[in-house]
Design a binder for this molecule. Structure first.
Ligand code: FMN
Length: 186
């Protein structure tokens, strides 16, 4: 660790085929990068396999058009088509699923991925970035999309979570009963 590095001194647990939890899958959609930073930190902490997802048709750059499109997609329950990505959840028992909070719910590309994959009997750990605006309930929204999955309490961060992100993630993993996927060094 570099001198002055404020990050908690953690070591990633290594997994064997016989581990009960196994390496997690981390899925994230991010429009402006904040959610990807959270995903990257989860990847660093857990040694999981991180896959970014992208809509087939990129969202508009201008905010009024973006907001207009997103509102329509959410109101109609539209699931945008995604670019192909090697994100088959089948071998995993734990899936971290993250996106920004858009208009009080998950950004539609994550809803697309969750709806098109079979996550029955898996543990889903939702995470999201927000700006302190309209609140959301990712746990509830994901449970509706994946009724056969065990969806646990969501992690949230304002924008990219700032300096305390790593410690907050470790605390959350303890709260959701998965402290053992991260090992804190003595
Ligand atoms: C179309 C749109 C809708 C948004 N709606 C909300 C909202 O309802 N509540 C909120 O707290 N933040 C909202 N935000 C802010 C984003 O959640 C926030 O900027 C987040 O950090 C973006 O994450 P990203 O960089 O991974 O895309 C919205 C942003 C956009 C672009």
């Amino acid at each position: 660790m570099r001198e002055g590095d404020k990050r908690m001194d953690t070591k990633i647990m290594r997994y064997s085929d016989t581990d009960t939890i196994g390496r997690p899958l981390i899925i994230s959609y991010s429009y402006s990068g904040h959610t990807h930073r959270i995903a990257q930190e989860i990847q660093d902490l857990t040694g999981g396999d991180w896959r970014e997802i992208y809509p087939w048709q990129p969202y508009p750059m201008a905010f009024p058009e973006l907001l207009d499109q997103v509102k329509k997609e959410i109101q109609t329950g539209y699931h945008p088509r995604l670019l192909p990505s090697p994100s088959n959840p089948k071998p995993y028992s734990v899936v971290f699923a993250g996106a920004p909070n858009w208009c009080g719910t998950l950004a539609p590309p994550l809803a697309s991925w969750l709806a098109k994959n079979n996550l029955s009997h898996k543990i889903i750990l939702p995470f999201y970035s927000h700006c302190g605006g309209v609140p959301c309930d990712f746990r509830w929204d994901i449970a509706r999309l994946c009724p056969q999955a065990e969806v646990r309490q969501a992690f949230c961060a304002v924008e990219d979570g700032g300096d305390g992100l790593r410690e907050a993630l470790i605390q959350w993993m303890g709260q959701v009963g998965l402290a053992e996927i991260v090992r804190t060094a003595q």
